[in-house]
Write a protein that binds this ligand. Structure first.
Ligand SMILES: Cc1cc2nc3c(=O)[nH]c(=O)nc-3n(C[C@H](O)[C@H](O)[C@H](O)COP(=O)(O)OP(=O)(O)OC[C@H]3O[C@@H](n4cnc5c(N)ncnc54)[C@H](O)[C@@H]3O)c2cc1C
Length: 234
């Protein structure tokens, strides 16, 4: 299903306060001096074990799980909320990511390009993440799926010899904060309830479960207010 546990290193160039994920991950601890010597230029950091979500396996698994429970999928472009409302939808959950602005203008939403190189390096058992809490930028080095850069090879020189298996690029839906709220949208003479759930930037997989739970809570609120019992039994 694309979810597994893996351990790795969080590296910083200077001491930083304990991160918010400290109590969410397993086995969180500070890196020892001996461990830090493996990574020149980094003087501080933490080690932990975390749940990893590998999207290319997880999303098909999730889709299959939903289909087996009666959820139907249609593959087509939506031009407007009005178009969906006219099909008889009581509630629209808007998860259109970086393209949300096409359905409703949102000046806070911007594309943030990212690139991933997948390499064959089975000798690597841990991930490495460099944090810069002061410049607010992140660089990932993850087992079997890495962002390519000279810095990455400096941290893990053996990667220079790894065979590139695949590469892809995409646009992250960057926003100052996730838009997760309900709105009554006027569509001509009628109104439709829309739950927006987009703008997850580079953390959409990490926080998807909590966001989906909040969207479901808002959905329940609307159903209750409209006086209809939910039909789905997921
Ligand atoms: C290179 C890269 C690396 C990343 N690494 C990580 C990571 O390590 N950890 C992490 O948590 N996140 C990561 N992310 C971010 C993560 O992929 C996104 O946050 C997440 O995909 C957002 O999910 P979403 O469902 O909101 O949007 P999307 O995944 O973009 O899905 C939106 C969907 O809506 C569809 N759509 C849009 N408009 C319409 C329309 N008008 N009609 C019909 N369909 C429409 C699109 O076709 C798409 O299928 C990374 C992103 C990139 C690009």
């Amino acid at each position: 299903m694309g979810i597994f546990l893996q351990s790795g290193y969080n590296l910083c160039t200077e001491p930083a306060p304990e991160p918010s994920f400290k109590d969410t991950v397993l086995g969180f601890r500070q890196l020892t001096e001996r461990e830090l010597r493996i990574f020149p230029g980094y003087t501080f950091g933490w080690f932990n074990t975390a749940l990893m979500v590998e999207g290319k396996t997880y999303l098909p698994w999730l889709m299959d799980w939903l289909q087996k429970r009666g959820v139907r999928f249609y593959h087509r472009k939506i031009e407007s909320f009005k178009e969906v409302a006219e099909t008889g939808a009581d509630v629209i959950i808007n998860c259109t990511g970086v393209r949300s602005g096409e359905l409703q203008p949102d000046p806070d939403l911007k594309p943030g390009r990212g690139q991933i190189l997948k390499v064959d390096a089975p000798w690597l058992k841990h991930w490495i993440i460099t944090h810069n809490f002061f410049k607010k930028s992140l660089q990932f080095t993850i087992h079997h799926s890495r962002e390519s850069s000279c810095d990455t090879c400096q941290l893990e020189p053996s990667l220079k010899h790894a065979r590139i298996v695949d590469s892809w690029a995409g646009l992250r839906p960057v926003r100052s904060k996730v838009r997760l709220e309900r709105e009554t949208v006027q569509c001509g003479s009628s109104a439709v309830e829309v739950i927006h759930n987009y703008g997850h930037g580079g953390f959409g997989l990490t926080i998807h479960r909590g966001c989906a739970q909040e969207a479901a809570r808002l959905f329940g609120q609307i159903v209750e207010q409209k006086g209809k019992g939910p039909k789905a039994q997921l």
